[in-house]
Design a protein around this ligand. Structure first.
Ligand SMILES: [Zn+2]
Length: 242
């Protein structure tokens, strides 16, 4: 069972970047909850743990110490960008990142860009707490700019949030080599109402031949008046045969 730690950036009194009616903390939470739901529903042997599942404030050190204590296999910190860029997506690993952190960044970055499209600002390295302190491979994603009108418009679209979620889910699944859960393919055996079920064949033939039923539509349920007619025929049959 893999443990994936998803860290929704900011929260509570810390909204993160705020512009164009968007608060970074809200996008980060929505994306993080979506990642948990889709990873756990779609893949085998994976559990997603969250720094926060509601709008609460957490210190950076609490986020990473909890992830380390839980023994998570990977950590992904979800953010949105701001600050005068041209917009787009970028990801961060630590400046002296492990080989596995680099692999995780590569898998995440590729799959998010593939789903999201737009400007690719690149796979970057920076001395950030959230990628420096985790004991496991760790990556921080910056999902579009809240202070760029075009990006903010995209962040208001459910399809774009879905693309960000799916990109993270697929990147994590690729890195960990997760196996998809099979959809239970139940064979759809809809009964032809004009053909008796196998188990009822003999009985249906008998009651039809004796005239209790007219032999039509064996697979349809019976009304009280239809049942009344059958009982009446049955009574007459009993009278007749003694
Ligand atoms: Zn942030």
């Amino acid at each position: 069972m893999y443990k994936v730690w998803i860290d929704a950036g900011h929260g509570g009194k810390d909204p993160g970047a705020v512009a164009n009616g968007i608060q970074e903390k809200d996008i980060a939470l929505k994306v993080s909850l979506g990642i948990k739901e889709r990873l756990e529903e779609g893949y085998k042997d994976v559990q997603v743990l969250l720094s926060r599942s509601t709008d609460v404030f957490l210190e950076l050190k609490d986020r990473t110490s909890k992830a380390n204590a839980a023994g998570a296999d990977i950590l992904v910190s979800v953010h949105c960008n701001a600050g005068g860029g041209k917009g787009g997506f970028e990801s961060f690993r630590y400046t002296s990142a492990s080989q596995n952190s680099i692999k995780l960044q590569d898998a995440l970055h590729r799959s998010i860009m593939a789903k999201l499209g737009g400007i690719d600002r690149g796979q970057k390295a920076q001395n950030l707490h959230m990628v420096r302190e985790p004991k496991m491979p760790a990556v921080l994603t910056e999902n579009l700019f809240v202070d760029m009108i075009a990006d903010a418009d995209r962040l208001n679209q459910a399809s774009v949030i879905n693309a960000i979620i799916d990109g993270h889910v697929q990147g994590i699944a690729t890195y960990l080599g997760l196996i998809m859960k099979k959809k239970e393919d139940k064979p759809v055996t809809e009964q032809d109402v004009n053909v008796p079920s196998k188990w009822a064949e003999k009985t249906w033939k008998e009651v039809s031949e004796k005239g209790f039923f007219d032999g039509s539509r064996p697979g349809v349920s019976v009304t009280r008046e239809e049942l009344g007619a059958v009982v009446s025929r049955l009574l007459k049959y009993v009278e007749r045969t003694g």
